[in-house]
Design a protein. Structure first.
Length: 582
């Protein structure tokens, strides 16, 4: 009896869906790319419960005939490829002919489509891959696809989906990507009945960027003018260092009209700023790249997110040249209200802590604060309570020296110990915050602070507003992409409030919508303070002794708040083995 059997068509489609359809956002990506390829001028997206219950994409593109609508549900049916040579010059977003049958195999699927010269359209319903009968439909010109109960027949896939709010955020990210890529198309996104994004068509990319990134960012945009290099054309926009954020979520790269993710490009963007960025931060950038399709392979990833360049080194050089030229002509100075965002976060109050800097005014760039200013109102600071047990656990170390000005070398009773002073400082300050007040004390502001953010950040702030309140920030929507901050942690200077909140938003996004905002706030404040201290006074043997004393008074001295080690020990036994003495 034969063991190998050909899979039924429905099962084969479900397997294919596993490669292409990871979550509701994957469905949205495939459907909006089809709409763009169809020449749509307006694309409307509607989702319910994060797209898990329902999602719908409607466009006013060319539509399909009755025959083509039926064929579109067959695997590997495509209008974009005829021969293998066509793979070398793909100019469309979709081309494999897998998306629609894959989506239809794991959902309750309905497609309606009509060409402009047809009196009526076509409707086909598919239930878990079982295609129903073809019917006439009185739909508008274009195509509308509705997907309900995604993964209802594949429970093993459905259980790996995240919270509805997280899935909705991924969908919005896909819409943002494609809206930036196609400013000439109008976009409308509805989430659970309310309009979340409404972007009219425009011929100016900058207008689209400003509409999606917030007013302050829009005013500070630096144009990357058209730059040609070895057949490549690069243009776009960047933001000054003051707007650098954690992660690469504010870097948007479009290659031949396709949103892509590529390490070579991201590294080149950061490298172009010539080391002017704080460690862990990435510059914001929007780049459009045109190049010969034969020199890039877009068929290396099932979801077409990643690409492979024939000459990655030349792509890197082109991006470096384009951004460096944009930064070179003059010293770019952001408006006063923005310059403050690149300063290190300060703690405590100073004489001008209530000063209000008006939009457009020039703000002086202050010098780094003193240690006493930073160190958590040092003169009022409560000492950590040290028990005899804590005192006894402080190891005896002999300071040997330093390594690359980044690590301290010590000799302990059991071997060599390497200390990372910045991580140690983060742990110390983190526990001082908890010891000082457990809860983050909030102070009302006489004049609320207005903060403009992009739509994704605003949505996150509103969804986790109660958790941000626990972190000391009282927030209210001011309409559009603006929030008001009416209260903030009491130890923050007014001029640091915006930067502190932005950093906290980035931390929450990095943890995929973590609701543990108060803990993340502690981590963020501790990291900021240790960074400032490290830049200001470095560390010496005498300060290292005090640092070790404070570190081993902590409850968890061996790791920083994010779980990274503060010290690493190499035992004498391990050293002996390395030198063949065991």
């Amino acid at each position: 009896m034969p063991i190998i059997e050909v899979m039924p068509e429905t099962l084969a489609s479900q397997v294919a869906a596993g490669e292409v359809i990871e979550r509701p956002a994957s469905v949205i990506k495939e459907l909006v790319e089809n709409a763009i390829d169809a020449g749509a001028r307006k694309i409307e997206v509607e989702i319910q419960r994060g797209g898990i219950a329902m999602l719908r994409v409607r466009d006013d593109g060319c539509g399909m005939s009755q025959e083509d609508t039926a064929k579109s549900l067959e695997r590997h049916a495509t209008s974009k490829l005829r021969t293998s040579d066509d793979l070398n010059g793909i100019a469309t977003l979709g081309f494999r002919g897998e998306a629609l049958p894959s989506i239809a195999s794991v959902s309750r699927f309905t497609i309606r489509s009509r060409e402009s010269d047809s009196a009526e359209g076509t409707e086909i319903r598919v239930d878990g891959g079982k295609i129903g009968e073809l019917r006439a439909s009185g739909c508008a010109v274009g195509t509308s696809i509705e997907v309900r109960d995604l993964f209802y027949n594949v429970p093993a896939r459905k259980k790996f989906l995240k919270a509805e709010s997280t899935e909705a955020a991924h969908i919005e990210h896909q819409i943002r990507l494609h809206a930036l890529c196609t400013p000439g198309i109008g976009w409308l996104l509805r989430k659970d009945g309310r309009v979340a994004l409404d972007l009219p068509a425009t011929s100016d990319r900058r207008v689209r960027i400003e509409a999606m990134s917030g007013g302050e960012s829009g005013k500070a945009l630096i144009e990357v003018p058209r730059h040609e290099y070895r057949g490549m054309v690069i243009e776009g926009a960047i933001l000054p260092v003051a707007f650098a954020r954690r992660g690469r979520k504010h870097q948007f790269v479009f290659l031949n009209g396709r949103p892509v993710e590529d390490y070579t490009i991201s590294r080149a963007i950061r490298e172009a700023f010539k080391g002017g960025l704080q460690e862990g931060l990435q510059p914001a950038a929007w780049l459009w790249i045109l190049m010969d399709p034969a020199l890039v392979d877009v068929n290396v990833h099932p979801a077409k997110r990643e690409v492979r360049f024939a000459e990655p080194a030349q792509v890197r050089i082109a991006i470096l040249d384009a951004i460096e030229q944009a930064l070179r002509p003059k010293d770019v100075e952001a408006p006063g209200i923005l310059v403050e965002q690149n300063r290190p976060l300060q703690l405590g109050q100073d004489e001008d802590s209530q000063e209000v800097i008006l939009e457009g005014e020039k703000a002086p760039v202050p010098s780094l604060p003193t240690v006493n200013t930073i160190a958590w109102r040092h003169e009022e600071q409560k000492e950590l309570k040290v028990t005899p047990e804590q005192t006894s656990k402080i190891p005896a170390f002999r300071i040997v020296g330093t390594l690359s000005k980044r690590y301290a070398l010590l000799e302990g009773e059991e071997g060599l110990v390497l200390i990372e002073p910045q991580a140690a400082r983060e742990r110390i300050f983190y526990e001082r915050l908890i010891c000082e007040q457990g809860e983050i004390e909030s102070q009302g502001l006489l004049v609320p602070v207005l903060l403009e953010l992009d739509v994704r950040d605003i949505d996150l702030l509103m969804r986790f507003r109660e958790h941000f309140d626990q972190a000391g920030f009282t927030l209210e929507s001011f309409g559009g992409q603006t929030v008001t901050i009416s209260a903030a942690p009491s130890f923050l200077n007014r001029k640091d409030i915006k930067r502190a909140l932005i950093d906290l938003v980035d931390l929450v996004i990095d943890r995929e919508g973590s609701s543990r905002v108060k803990r993340l706030a502690y981590e963020g404040f501790a990291s900021k303070v240790s960074y400032v201290l490290a830049r200001q006074d470095g560390w010496s043997e005498s300060s290292l002794s005090a640092l070790l004393d404070d570190l081993f008074k902590c409850d968890l001295p061996y790791c920083d708040p994010a779980g990274r080690p503060t010290l690493v020990q190499i035992s004498f036994q391990e050293l002996d083995r390395k030198f063949g003495k065991s």
